[in-house]
Design a protein around this ligand. Structure first.
Ligand code: KIV
Length: 294
């Protein structure tokens, strides 16, 4: 395995690190914010080089990386391993850790303690939690301790079962109103940004009129201040289809499969490794070795 330390190459863009106040500056400037999920060190190096603004170690890791059926089972300890790996690979983007299901809902104290772990142990710049209602209090508690917190409304995968599964939200006037009210409450609670997931674009547009903090959309149309996509979705790393709101910018799964199949075939036919991929030894040393071996 190649274990070279990070090298700043000439292709690495020089840019100032994104900050929480910087998010507001970007909103004011109108330049969209680019966010992507990321779950490991080599991917973080690529994200850094690509010039992304925010990186989310999402609890989607439960499904994309750890193979769970939903985001519910993933633990703080499991996510922190991934967060730390991503942290080691990042310099400029704002690193956001997703508080997993069961790690913040019970009390303000639980929410603050978990958020602190993401900063202290994981090196995150901010945390994200899902939902409105009582989660507004949790967001407020976290923000009050000086930890930047990002809200998340619309489709909230941790509680997807309660809202009828993984499907678009806010599709009736009353549900849309609830979503907008949750977003406004999260803003008032001190969130530094909000994610809008899987809500109709016109609803997002109306919500934007009420929201002063940066809003990052995923399946919420063009009116938000930025977009986020999940790494495995945007790179086409699944064998199954993607939600409607995903644009696949690459189809890497077939590429990876082809590479592995070629590798397996070449190992089996002994086409790999040829001398090009092997080390040599001075013939005199080899002769001496033969002698030593008798
Ligand atoms: O966990 C995650 O990846 C997310 C994004 C879908 C925003 O919350």
């Amino acid at each position: 395995m190649s274990t070279h330390p990070p090298v700043e190459t000439s292709t690495t863009h020089e840019r100032l690190p994104m900050t929480v106040p910087g998010l507001m500056d970007r909103k004011r400037s109108g330049e969209p914010l680019v966010m992507v999920t990321c779950y490991d060190y080599p991917s973080a190096r690529i994200v850094e080089e690509a010039g992304v603004d925010l990186v989310l170690v999402g609890d989607t890791a439960a499904m994309t990386v750890l193979g769970y059926d939903s985001t519910v089972p993933v633990t703080v300890d499991e996510l922190l391993v991934l967060v730390k790996a991503v942290r080691r690979g990042l310099r400029s983007p704002l690193l956001v850790g997703d508080l997993p299901f069961g790690s913040y809902e019970v009390s303000d104290e639980q929410a603050v303690a978990t958020a602190q772990r993401f900063l202290k142990e994981g090196g995150c710049d901010a945390v994200k939690l899902e939902g409105g209602g009582v989660m507004v209090d949790r967001a407020h508690a976290i923000a009050s301790t000086g930890i930047p917190v990002i809200g998340h409304v619309g489709l909230t995968p941790q509680t997807a079962t309660a809202v009828g599964g993984f499907k678009a939200q806010a599709r009736t006037a009353h549900r849309a109103l609830n979503t907008i009210e949750d977003a406004v409450a999260l803003q008032e609670a001190g969130c530094c940004a909000i994610v809008f997931e899987a809500i109709p674009a016109p609803v997002a547009q109306l919500a934007m009129e009420q929201i002063e903090i940066p809003v990052i959309g995923i399946g919420a149309g063009m009116s938000t201040d930025g977009q986020v996509l999940v790494w495995h979705d945007l790179l086409g790393l699944y064998e199954w289809g993607s939600p409607r709101f995903v644009k696949r910018y690459a189809e890497l799964r077939p590429e990876i499969l082809r590479a592995l199949e070629n590798y397996a075939a070449e190992v089996r036919t002994k086409e790999f490794p040829t001398s090009e991929y092997t080390y040599s030894i001075d013939p005199a040393e080899l002769e001496e070795l033969r002698g030593l071996l008798g």
